[in-house]
Each structure stands twice: as structure tokens, then as C-alpha cells.
Design a protein around this ligand. Sequence first.
Ligand code: MN
Length: 259
Amino acid sequence: MRILVTNDDGIMAPGLMALRKALAEIGDVTVVAPTTPQSAVGHAITLTEPIRVHRIDLGGGVWGYGVAGSPADSVKLALLELLPERPDIVASGINLGTNLGVNVLYSGTVAAAAEGAFFGLPSVAVSIEDSDVVDFDGAARIARRLIQQMMTGGPDRSGVQRGEPALLNINIPDLTKAPPRGVKVMPQSMKGFSERWERRTDPRGRTYYWITGDHDREDQGIHSDIAAFFEGYVTVTPLRFDLTDHDRVDDVRGWNLTL
Ligand code: MN
């Protein structure tokens, strides 16, 4: 199995290192990832600048490609230029910080995986809860087991033969507090962060802003990724990038719009 590993925290991030190491035990891994941290850039691509690529020493005799661009740039370049052969799967992460609910729309981690799915490849985004001490290796072992079950566990689970590659968003709770209660496949929540701006003053007396906030909790009785995550489960959410509001198409047609 050929595996492309990427992320949005940058090629030197410990989460990527752990994922690369864990997946090297089940396949041939190539790392192509942004040179610098690119969290929350979403599905951005670089149009107005050239993109430089550097071979980066990842330690232990392993080299990767550092891309001076976004996560989506990295996957596009990997698949169209850098990799000698098409991989079987794209794995993005492990991101430091969850990508739950509507936060998937801001996530560079998820966008990199979605880019893989655009190219017809099964893809996973893996994120872990931020905490003082993060067990990336434990999270990488969980990711590897889930990936194995998708890729080898049953007929066309990856969706490749049907031409509908699976795009899975995986979130792992803090493993240093307690082991996860299990894994649950859940729909994406419509919630995200309760945001607020911190207004501060710089040393020259000028105002600047910094966004912060707390993760929303799910409403009572709603079954979602956020609900299961905060109950202590690893969550798996199959995503699609058809953003059409299918339920509303007939409704809007019924408006008989005219020009
Ligand atoms: Mn990130």
C-alpha cells in the first residue's frame, strides 16, 4: 500500500512524524507537507506566487517534500508532480487540535484529505484534542487501525471501485486522561466554537485583535461528532464535498426565479 502523508501543522510537526512512523509499518509512506504551519487556511491554493519545494530531512534517514504553500497545494503537487506513482490513500495529520462540527470548513487538515478525495483517492483526516501532553504515538496507532479496517477490512470500503472514494474525518480525544470509550461513526455537528475577540494593545499603543473561544457542546438529544467526542469516543465522520442543500433545491425551483 502506498500512502501519502500530509498535514496543515507543517512538515516538522510531531503529529505528522508520529503518523508517518505508524503508517510506515503498513505501507510505503511519502511525506509531502507545507513547510510552515498552515492551520485554518481551509482549502486555499496558491495562485499568485510560485511554489518552491525542498527536500527535508525528517530524521532517521527519512526525507520528505516541504512545500512552501497550503495543504491543498501540497496534495496537488504530490499527486500531479512529485510522486512517481499514485498512492492508494492520503492521510492528513495528526492535527494538534480537534476538527469537529463546522470547524471542518476552516481546517487545512481536512482540506488536504478532501483534495485527495478530489483525485479519486480514499483519504482520512486525523486530529487529536489539544492538551498539555499529547500522545501522538497512541493516536497514530488508532489511526493506523482505522485505516487498515477501511483499506483491507471488506469489499470496496474505500469506495475506489465505485468511483466514490471515502473521505473520513477522524477525531481522537486526549489519550493521557483516559483511554477512549470506543469508536463511533457520527454525522458532523452544526456547531463549532463560541468565539470572541481579545482586544489588546501593542507596545506602540495600537489596538490589535486575536480570536479565541471555547468549543461548543452539542444540544441535548442531538447525535453528532461533537456529542460523541465529548462523551469520550473516537469519532469517524464520512464527509462529502457536494455542498448542495439537496432538500432545498425543489423549494428554490418553486420560486420560479426570473431574470
Ligand atoms: Mn493544524
